[in-house]
Design a protein around this ligand. Structure first.
Ligand code: 9MG
Length: 262
């Protein structure tokens, strides 16, 4: 899954693709580099980010989804949003998947996904982007994140979303400190018993900068590759990344070693 942030303030590429035409061109480039899915987001979720008004979120993402649908109908698009209204409009415009970092917190989200037949990524987050890194706390991070996702999968299936349309995501960096992130990355296999695909998003995140000593987010390629490779080796089905070409090459080797997929 390639990341297409249409925001002025995302942590590693904020402002780069805020113009719809540039964003469409970048989305096409991500697909050409090997992304199976392009994830379009109009609200920054970096720690400390302020929420954006729904009209502004729609203004950012809908022209990009429409532009990609017309120019590149071959690309599978996902919409990165917490709002059912945005999800609904985005699916009508051409998105096939809803990537919801709140795990379906908006009461109408599961109904929108059911009615549109979209796929759904349910992610775990402690708190919200504005406050989530203010001393996150867990007694047992893996058990608590697993239980949250189990409950959200159950709620989605109860709401009528087909279980083969679901993906779960432990939410690396969302209300988690370094040790929480590492504990989750070491135990990715645990999430497979939830009967959904498993997605991991670690690309360029702060813990990678901390571990590799790289301050600038856009320069965290090597650490991001290490996280993607190990996530897939431990059973992740999807990795959400900025550096698609490099990740695809690294995962080709990973797949051959781990699964004999050469
Ligand atoms: C939008 N977004 C930012 N980080 C993410 C992650 O780790 N997972 C998912 N599903 N979405 C994310």
């Amino acid at each position: 899954m390639g990341i297409l942030n249409v925001t002025p303030d995302s942590f590693s590429d904020g402002g780069l693709f805020a113009d719809a035409e540039d964003a469409v061109a970048h989305g096409a480039r991500l697909a050409d580099e090997g992304a199976d899915i392009v994830d379009v987001g109009g609200e920054s979720t970096r720690p400390g980010a302020e929420p954006v008004h729904v009209d502004e979120e729609l203004r950012r993402v809908i022209p990009v989804i429409e532009g990609l649908r017309v120019s590149r109908p071959d690309i599978v698009l996902s919409i990165d949003t917490r709002r059912s209204l945005v999800a609904n409009e985005a699916v009508a415009a051409g998105a096939a998947i809803v990537n919801d970092i709140s795990g379906g917190h908006d009461p109408a989200m599961l109904r929108v996904v059911r009615d549109t037949g979209a796929g759904l990524v349910l992610m775990h987050m402690q708190g919200d982007p504005h406050t989530m890194q203010d001393q996150p706390h867990y007694d047992d991070v893996v058990a608590e994140v697993h239980e949250f996702l189990r409950e959200r999968v159950e709620a989605a299936v109860f709401a009528g979303v087909a279980s083969d349309r679901l993906c779960v995501d432990p939410g690396i960096g969302f209300g988690k400190d370094l040790e929480h992130n590492l504990a989750l990355l070491r135990t990715i296999e645990r999430f497979h018993d939830l009967d959904a695909a498993v997605l991991v998003g670690a690309s360029r995140k702060r813990f990678i900068g901390t571990l590799s000593g790289v301050d600038e987010a856009a320069s965290r390629l090597e650490g991001s590759l290490a996280a993607a490779v190990l996530s897939v080796a431990h059973g992740a089905d999807v990795v959400r990344v900025h550096d698609v070409a490099e990740t695809v090459r690294a995962l080709g080797v990973t797949d051959a070693i781990v699964r004999g997929g050469a």
